[in-house]
Design a protein around this ligand. Structure first.
Ligand code: URA
Length: 240
């Protein structure tokens, strides 16, 4: 693929802009400056350098973020800054989308990708990819509440009760809830239907992939092949 097209595919701007950057000598290919935008480039293992910053070529982008509170999962946020403002511009420019949304006040594991099939697999209720949340509730977590969540709660506009894949009490007011779907405000609505109220919500994991403990709120990183496998690993069905 021609160098300027490679740059465009990675989100480095318009055709004209990419050609100009190459001509200006601002782009290195595997460590060697190349000022010919039409140069044919092998994308396998390709390392680009733009204005001194390294950028590995990736056909598709798979990224995770530790979402901080007070950010909206939207390109056009209404009341809070957008999570997209926390990503580097080339990722936004190449069109990554949130893989399911978290509420502005929810923290934790948030994925982004520009691979439509991956996004579909992760969010489709038919695929049942598990999402694990830690919820701090306003009132104490009771056995009756746990029973209701495990047995299924009826939400408005849903044809049938929704069950938690797993539900455990962590301390007096905190529970861990694992869901197979990602419906609008699902955790908050399920906990309300079980007679309590969510005070704070954090997504700990998707599939068997947990938010890395060393990733501070607001930071992001690339997902590798192993991470992607863990994200799609089916939730073990627990017989009780
Ligand atoms: N369920 C909710 O209620 N909110 C979220 O942000 C995610 C799941």
């Amino acid at each position: 693929m021609k160098l300027y097209r490679v740059l465009q595919s990675q989100g480095f701007g318009s055709r004209k802009g990419c050609i100009a950057r190459v001509r200006a000598g601002a782009v290195a290919v595997n460590g060697v400056v190349c000022d010919n935008p039409e140069a044919e480039v092998d994308r396998a293992g390709l390392e680009l350098t733009l204005d001194g910053a390294n950028w590995r070529y990736r056909e598709k982008a798979y990224v995770l973020m530790h979402k901080p509170a007070g950010h909206e999962c939207s390109h056009h946020p209404s009341h809070h800054p957008s999570v997209f403002a926390l990503l580097p511009p080339p990722l936004v420019q190449r069109g990554v989308q949130c893989v399911g949304r978290l509420d502005q006040d929810t923290t934790g594991l948030l994925l982004f990708s520009d691979d439509g099939q991956f996004i579909h697999r992760m969010i489709s209720p038919k695929k049942g990819v598990a999402k694990v949340y830690r919820a701090v509730c306003a009132e104490a977590v009771t056995d009756a509440m746990l029973g209701a969540l495990r047995g299924g709660v009826q939400l408005n506009d849903e044809p049938a009760p929704i069950v938690a894949l797993a539900c455990e009490k962590l301390d007096a007011c905190t529970l861990r809830l694992t869901l197979a779907e990602g419906k609008y405000h699902q955790v908050k609505r399920m906990i309300a239907a079980a007679g309590n109220r969510v005070e704070s919500l954090h997504r700990e994991a998707i599939g068997t992939y947990a938010l890395p403990a060393d990733l501070p709120p607001g930071d992001w990183r690339w997902l590798d092949t192993d991470d992607l496998e863990r994200l799609e690993q089916p939730w073990p069905s627990v017989k009780s």
